[in-house]
Design a protein around this ligand. Sequence first.
Ligand code: NAD
Ligand code: LMR
Length: 343
Amino acid sequence: FARQALRSAVPKAAAPRFFSSSAANNRAVAVLGASGGIGQPLSLLLKQNPLVSDLRLYDVRLAPGVAADISHVNTPSTTTGYQADQLGEALKDVEVIVIPAGVPRKPGMTRDDLFNTNASIVRDLAKKAAEVAPKAHILVISNPVNSTVPIVAEVFKKAGVYDPKKLYGVTTLDVTRASTFLSGISGKQPSETIVPVVGGHSGVTIVPLLSQANGGDAVAKGEQYEKLVHRIQFGGDEVVKAKDGAGSATLSMAYAAAVFSDALLKALNGEKGIKECAYVESPLYKDQGATFFASPITLGKDGVEEIHSVGKVSAEEEKLLEAAIPELAKNIKKGVDWYAASP
Ligand code: NAD
Ligand code: LMR
């Protein structure tokens, strides 16, 4: 009964993609940074996902408490908390690792200002993952995503276990925001307003392709178009400002990560035609230094099955891409160079 009540409390627009109906092939999923602002609601949402059978919650603090709490939710999966030096145990044999560990922004900061703290947190978690769960799919949320994802790739390369098909920067929040903001203007249902968002995950590297969205013609160009693009690119700042020093987006991010995790789990279980935007190693703009790039990808049993091009873009979007790519290339190089020099 409790589960039914929870399900019906989920808005209809959010529900269809979110909850899978088949519990055929269950999976072990770990959340690293599980006690944080994102980690706690994300863990709760994963506990509600019938495709997760074994939920491992790791954090440097409080994870056993968070796990004890979530474990009382009467869904079939088990929930176990791990902290401090129990990372290896937490990761043993897991198939999907979601990483929201790290510090969030305060007003006046860019995501890149988080680099000095979060780069080493992500590197160390990735090192253990490469050692204990080298075949796992890694979903990186920790900012700056444009740089932390290449760092994970370097760690896995050094360990000789890198599979680019299994590493994703989670950019679903940009897609979620674009859908919400555009549907607010077009009047169409958010669930019917899917906006591909390509590039990276910070400021001008976030490139919404409104020309490809249902309802995008409502804001084809002009001031309203520019305002909407700006709001999608800087939606994170809106939340940072409103939280006034208490952090950045956590609840909408947990939702977005749960959506992406569910899509991946469905694909791993053999469901066909699962397409999401994500920041992955990509050939699309490699020649311009953007060796990682977010674009629509088809997910399959082994992870990234196909990377789709950005498709037909408008003149405005072409300009947005021109601004995004050099910045993205710089962010990627920063991560790779930092790792090469790191102990
Ligand atoms: P938070 O401070 O509330 O939580 C972070 C958690 O990470 C804390 O519980 C902390 O103890 C834990 N942690 C720190 N170092 C750790 C380590 N070495 N191992 C395990 N856990 C560790 O922060 P938050 O609001 O949850 O945000 C987390 C990160 O996610 C930030 O970097 C933020 O910028 C990023 N973020 C990304 C997106 C995105 O779209 N990709 C969206 C929102 C936030
Ligand atoms: C977001 O887009 O909300 C996150 O990347 C957090 C932030 O720092 O804005």
